[in-house]
Design a protein around this ligand. Structure first.
Ligand SMILES: Cc1cc2nc3c(=O)[nH]c(=O)nc-3n(C[C@H](O)[C@H](O)[C@H](O)COP(=O)(O)O)c2cc1C
Length: 207
């Protein structure tokens, strides 16, 4: 089946984050976000895509700060309340019944009950006619200890971070389930060595 390029939404799972911001006047805002990705290593920068008409974008432009919160699957109801198009003067923490969590280094609070919180400052905005790419630097990253094992790795099945697939009628919220395959990063270095036998990497490349 050949799909239109715009149907990428039907084949590409996207993450679900909640972005919290405050307006210049201090009104708190929360909005779900999926077009968001880390920018390779060392992973201290992320990029998000925003339509022009977003209070989130206005707030980031005004204050140059935002928090990327990672909600567990149990928060999907609140995620969809925050997706509603409230006017900028509405406090979306109150509307969605969310509890603010004081941030360590930025003014916007995080969302209590989330799995992790990335506090970010605006580094760059790449503006197009209808949307903007916002590049943020993560200046503080914190996670809820309860979802991490003794070696400091997230237990994905216990934490249940959300992803989403977009169908014709709406959104299918999904979450990680083990496929049964574990791949060590070193496997990728092995592949590179076969292609370029004279350029083996002492430290496997991670992205
Ligand atoms: C799962 C999900 C993901 C979303 N991802 C984005 C996104 O990547 N970019 C965007 O501009 N809007 C996205 N939206 C829409 C905004 O969350 C929605 O328009 C929201 O009302 C914006 O709020 P704001 O005007 O307070 O910023 C998404 C909505 C949902 C439910």
């Amino acid at each position: 089946m050949i799909l239109r390029p715009s149907q990428r939404e039907q084949v590409l799972p996207l993450p679900v984050a909640l972005i919290s911001t405050v307006s210049h006047g201090g009104i708190r805002n929360v909005a779900p976000w999926s077009n968001i990705t880390p920018i390779l290593r060392p992973l201290n920068e992320i990029v998000l895509a925003s339509w022009i008409k977003r209070d989130t974008l206005d707030n980031i432009r005004a204050t140059e700060e935002f928090v990327v919160n990672i909600p567990p699957a149990s928060m999907v109801g609140e995620v969809m309340i925050c997706a509603r198009n409230y006017p900028p003067e509405v406090d979306e923490f109150e509307e969605a019944g969310l509890t603010p969590r004081p941030s360590a280094k930025v003014r916007p609070p995080g969302v209590d009950g989330c799995l992790a919180w990335m506090e970010c400052v605006l580094k760059e905005e790449i503006a197009r006619e209808n949307f903007s790419l916002v590049i943020g630097e993560v200046i503080h990253l914190e996670a809820d200890d309860r979802y991490f094992n003794d070696s400091g790795e997230m237990d994905f099945e216990r934490a249940q971070p959300l992803s989403v697939m977009l169908g014709w009628e709406g959104m299918w919220f999904t979450r990680p389930v083990r496929s049964g395959r574990f791949a060590h990063y070193a496997e990728m270095a092995a592949g590179r060595t076969r292609v370029h036998p004279d350029q083996s990497t002492p430290h496997p490349e991670r992205w």
